[in-house]
Design a protein around this ligand. Structure first.
Ligand SMILES: [Zn+2]
Length: 123
């Protein structure tokens, strides 16, 4: 999956296209993805430590996460980030809805083993 594929998917899932996506071909120790509010930019760090690109389901999971931030900032009327809370309940609802759509409604989102390993190690 390349940057254009991922962008197309995000637009299809959300119906929103007033953002930019950068699938950066580097590994980041600190981030999988970032959202730059003022630039409306979603940046995904595409590579794993060993230099290979993450599987598509990880990229989709991270990109929909950052997209959920964009949606809250620009598309939820009246929404304001509360001090100290980066991810509120609504954030998870939006992310889940995007994920459900990406991976199929009524089907539990199945992460590949590598995702489960990484998710577990990040808790
Ligand atoms: Zn976040």
């Amino acid at each position: 999956m390349n940057q254009q594929d991922l962008m197309d998917l995000l637009v299809e899932l959300s119906g929103i296209s007033d953002f930019q996506l950068e699938l950066k071909q580097t590994y980041s120790k600190c981030y999988w993805g970032r959202y730059f509010i003022n630039r409306k930019l979603i940046r995904i760090y595409a590579l794993d430590e060993d230099g290979t690109q993450f599987p598509d389901d990880i990229l989709i999971r991270e990109a929909t996460h950052e997209l959920a931030h964009h949606i809250q900032f620009y598309h939820v009327p009246g929404w304001e980030r509360q001090k100290g809370i980066v991810h509120d309940e609504q954030f998870y609802e939006i992310h889940k809805a995007l994920m459900d759509k990406a991976f199929g409604r009524n089907v539990p989102v199945k992460y590949s083993p590598i995702v489960e390993r990484i998710v577990a190690s990040r808790k």
